[in-house]
Design a protein. Structure first.
Length: 482
């Protein structure tokens, strides 16, 4: 009997997963031999993108993406200088056309903040007229035209004119697709708001208060971001008494914050209060409105206590983002190789300080620090301070040439391997960049002083402070003090 039950459960699970499969295929001869990657947008608070599928392009240019998905989500196909947007959903089968491959310039390749041009992926041979990848790109053409008339009108556009434009668009798009109808609704509201024909309060009441939160809809997200900017610090955006929120944040109290948020009638319930808190946490962190530690603590509380699974996941991602380069927390791990092919990670430097620098051979400022770096290396025992240099250039051979020329460079030099995500995670926008890790592998200085900024004096002070902290901690442990 148990075996029969187990078999039924396996069968049901298999059928359930099968019903969630999507496939996207096409021919792209200029990408022959490449492996294309598709990323899905996790949510529109963190805007994280996660790899959902890869596709090897064969010698004839054929490729197929496939994977599992439960709900409609926006995805992007990464194409060197382009990002192709496509809507994925359960049972989706699409045949697409990709633009010819464009070579990325050296400057853009080394720039972790290079912004790729986005476009809607072209779908072919699709007989389902309610397919989102047909409907939304076409709708956006009309919507952007209407928005352009509003933006560039010298005298302004009357409400009657905006209503007329929306009616014309509506006549072209009659469908029962709920995702698309919701999409239209929030786009029209943005158009009305931009044209100053609807107040913020009216739109919030109609489309947000007590309504379903469409966390996978870019139309919902864009309007939400427009209406709710700086949630914790701008009373105009949410009509919440701001001073009542401050105490909850400084007390690191998610419950206090949620209670204060829910006291505002326009919030309308616990779920939307949580979503506003998540938005407020993100905005406040990057605007330096509150102590970072308080925002991290609130994010951690939401991740543990929110009743909504999606919100718990979003809060956990926010907490991870917030602590990425926060002193007292572990920085992003690195797994890079030196000129001999040996892999390095921070674990190999456990027990000593690590002076981490990002170096580019084309940077005069980075080159000017080299002699001082060599003096620092000679001035401290290797079991106290280790220097780790991440070498960023268009060719690994340049690192080899650098090491042959600079024979007195005795520290660890690692090839960055075109890992632009690593550069982005360390906020590398120019060269050189310096960080300091303590012997526990936690970030202790961000940024760390450069060799020209009284490094020896500042490092000695940091070292003494760390030693004193260790003595105090050991004393407390010996005394049984927690």
């Amino acid at each position: 009997m148990l075996k029969k039950i187990f078999f039924c459960l396996v069968l049901l699970t298999s059928l359930s997963v099968k019903g969630q499969v999507f496939t996207v295929s096409g021919i792209a001869k200029t990408y022959a031999g490449d492996t294309l990657k598709m990323y899905v947008v996790d949510d529109y608070i963190t805007k994280n993108e996660s790899l959902i599928a890869s596709a090897k392009v064969d010698s004839d240019g054929n490729f197929t993406f496939s994977g599992n998905i439960k709900d409609v989500k926006v995805a992007y196909i990464d194409l060197t200088v382009f990002k192709g947007r496509i809507f994925l959903g359960p049972n989706l089968k699409e045949e697409i056309v990709l633009p010819e491959k464009q070579q990325i310039t050296l400057q853009d390749k080394l720039n972790p903040y290079f912004k790729k041009a986005e476009f809607f992926v072209k779908v072919i041979n699709q007989k389902d007229k309610e397919d989102l990848n047909l409907l939304i790109p076409e709708f956006e053409k009309y919507f952007n035209s209407a928005m352009g008339k509003v933006f560039y009108s010298v005298k302004g556009v009357s409400k009657a004119t905006v209503d007329s434009m929306e009616n014309v668009i509506n006549q072209k798009f009659t469908t029962k697709n709920q995702y698309f109808n919701d999409y239209k609704k929030y786009r029209y509201a943005l158009l009305d708001y931009t044209a100053y024909h609807r107040s913020k309060d009216d739109i919030v009441k109609e489309l947000f208060t007590g309504k379903e939160i469409l966390i996978n809809s870019p139309a919902y997200a864009e309007l939400f971001d427009e209406l709710f900017t700086n949630v914790f610090t701008s009373g105009k955006t949410s009509a919440i008494v701001i001073k009542d929120l401050y105490q909850g944040i400084y007390d690191k109290s998610y419950n206090t914050l949620k209670r204060k948020m829910m006291s505002e009638p326009k919030v309308g319930g616990e779920k939307f209060a949580d979503y506003l808190i998540l938005k407020g946490l993100k905005d406040s962190y990057y605007s330096d409105s509150f102590p970072k530690e308080s925002l991290v603590a609130v994010a951690d509380s939401v991740a543990m206590m929110s009743k909504t699974k999606d919100f718990r996941q979003i809060a956990a991602k926010l907490s991870e983002k917030f602590t990425t380069l926060l002193c007292g927390y572990a920085p992003p791990e690195i797994f890079l190789r030196d000129d001999k092919g040996l892999e390095y990670s921070y674990q190999k430097s456990s027990g000593k300080f690590v002076y981490l620098t990002f170096y580019n051979p084309n940077s005069y400022a980075a080159y000017a620090d080299l002699d001082l770096l060599k003096q620092i290396r000679k001035g401290f025992p290797e079991d106290v301070l280790e220097i780790v240099m991440i070498f960023v250039s268009d060719k690994k051979e340049k690192m080899t040439e650098f090491l042959k020329k600079e024979t007195d460079v005795t520290w660890k030099v690692l090839w960055y391997g075109f890992d632009n995500e690593l550069l982005k995670s360390y906020n590398v926008r120019a060269f050189p960049v310096y960080y300091m890790l303590n012997p526990q592998g936690k970030l202790s200085m961000n940024p760390a002083p450069s060799p020209q900024e009284d490094f020896v004096l500042k490092f000695n002070a940091a070292y003494r402070n760390w030693k004193n902290d260790q003595y105090r901690q050991q004393y407390r442990e010996n005394q049984g003090i927690k």
